[in-house]
Design a protein around this ligand. Structure first.
Ligand SMILES: [Zn+2]
Length: 325
């Protein structure tokens, strides 16, 4: 972790650096090591009313480290997507304009929204370009997700001939575990670790067409119909939603097909009763999850679509922690 974060908290809160370190360690212990040092430092700073914003002007700020409320964000990023320009009626009767850029680097993606005259920036850039942004700021949007905004002092420069690697192009998975309370971005690969507190089996089974693999559109009794292939012998798949908690927050994690089978530990499940009978093996599991975040419009929240997971041996982990200490 950046030493400057510790010295910053120490200076602003007027307590010795050793005390800050002790508090960070205490906080990490409180969460049984489930929160990273940075995560703990953020929690400590928040508790003590210390503003970490001045720490965000670091030259190498990566998208995964952008949190809401930063007043001076400088990043280098590739333009992954440019959305359509939308006009809307403002309360004063004038016409407003809004257009979004999706920016990416090797750690993740983030939305930058452009308002009114700011949308003219679009005439100077295109999808695939790399740009450098200085002195932007970050805030939660109406979905509770962090996004970038341009301020009066913001400078946007083209990085011609010096392209930035983008997660979608490199397929790089973040290999640092993120505390769940810092999972704030849509369409980003995250690794989290926590306990399965709840699971939802109510609509766990769904049926797909054996030819096109799409969900069948209707069924009566045992007759399933695919929009394209008509009456088919549908294949049964599973989807299981869970709530996973790491002490810092909880998040809905969705397990599909093979990954769902892996979660329940058996393929031989024929009905809901059998599935519910397995709750004892699923609930309370402590797992490491790699997945992609996706905004669920029904729940108005981010969820993780699980791409893979592994069970963590908690007693082994605790033993290792004791040995290290
Ligand atoms: Zn089909």
């Amino acid at each position: 972790m950046e030493k400057s974060i510790i010295s910053h908290i120490s200076e602003k809160a007027n307590i010795p650096q050793e005390d800050v370190l002790t508090r960070i360690n205490d906080k990490m212990n409180e969460f049984s090591g489930l929160v990273s040092e940075e995560g703990a430092a953020y929690l400590i700073a928040k508790e003590m009313g210390v503003d970490l914003n001045t720490e965000t002007q670091k030259k190498d700020l990566k998208i995964e480290n952008i949190v809401s409320g930063m007043r001076s964000v400088s990043i280098k990023a590739g333009i992954v997507e440019i959305t359509q320009l939308n006009n809307f009626n403002k309360s004063d009767g004038s016409i407003g304009r809004v257009q979004n850029l999706i920016l990416g680097d090797e750690t993740g993606t983030i939305r930058m929204s452009l308002w009114d005259d700011q949308t003219e920036l679009i005439t100077k850039i295109k999808k695939g370009d790399s740009i450098e942004i200085k002195n932007a700021y970050s805030k939660d949007n109406n979905r509770g997700l962090v996004e970038l905004r341009l301020g009066k002092k913001t400078i946007v420069k083209s990085l011609l001939g010096n392209p930035v690697k983008v997660i979608a192009q490199t397929g790089v998975v973040q290999n640092t575990r993120t505390p769940i309370f810092l999972v704030k971005q849509d369409g980003v690969k995250y690794e989290i670790e926590g306990t399965v507190l709840q699971w939802f089996t109510k609509n766990a089974f769904f049926y797909v067409c054996p030819t096109c693999n799409k969900r069948v559109t209707s069924h009566e009794g045992n007759v399933y119909t695919c929009e394209e292939h008509g009456e088919v012998t549908a294949i049964k798949h599973m989807v299981i939603s869970t709530i996973i908690d790491d002490g810092s927050a909880s998040i809905r994690c969705v397990f599909f097909r093979d990954i769902a089978t892996k979660l329940i530990g058996t393929e031989n499940i024929n009905n809901y009763e059998e599935l519910d009978g397995l709750s004892g093996t699923v609930l309370g599991k402590y797992i490491n999850v790699k997945g992609r975040s996706k905004y669920n419009t029904f729940f108005n929240a981010l969820e993780l679509i699980v791409e893979d997971f592994s069970e963590v041996n908690v007693s082994e982990k605790l033993k290792n922690m004791v040995e290290v200490n």
